[in-house]
Ligand binder design. Structure first.
Ligand code: 5GP
Length: 119
């Protein structure tokens, strides 16, 4: 096994099991293993981008694909009308646990205020 491979790269390569809802040459979308809402899907680039702080001009197309796929999955999951939240956590203070950029798609219930804690 390539030790440099992130867990989300291994999911995209089908080396680790996941409930994959969508995949193309650029992105993979799969259900979060610990869902925080009735719909909780992660959309990731197939190629490693570690954090949102590592985004480069050459990533703009795949980032756009991630947002478009999120909208398609929201529609397929029946939450496009009721609404949903898209989250990207970045590094330690952002609460990022997996060092591979991922877009959270959360919905299926009212999600409340964006942050639980005040500054
Ligand atoms: P973060 O805190 O990095 O923004 O979010 C990481 C997310 O990845 C968490 O919601 C966590 O439940 C999810 N996650 C971590 N490991 C796995 C895994 O192996 N499979 C799946 N499907 N989700 C995972």
């Amino acid at each position: 096994m390539d030790q440099g491979m992130s867990i989300f790269q291994r999911i995209a390569r089908r080396e680790l099991p996941a409930d994959i809802l969508y995949q193309d040459d650029w992105v993979t979308a799969f259900r979060d293993i610990h869902p925080a809402a009735p719909v909780h899907v992660l959309i990731v680039p197939n190629q490693l981008i570690v954090t949102a702080a590592d985004v480069l001009p050459e990533h703009e197309a795949v980032l756009g694909r991630m947002l478009r796929v999120a909208a398609d999955i929201a529609r397929a999951e029946g939450i496009a009308e009721s609404g949903y939240r898209l989250i990207v956590n970045c590094k330690a203070d952002g609460g990022q646990e997996v060092p591979h950029l991922h877009l959270h798609l959360l919905g299926g219930r009212p999600l409340g205020p964006m942050l639980q804690c005040k500054a």
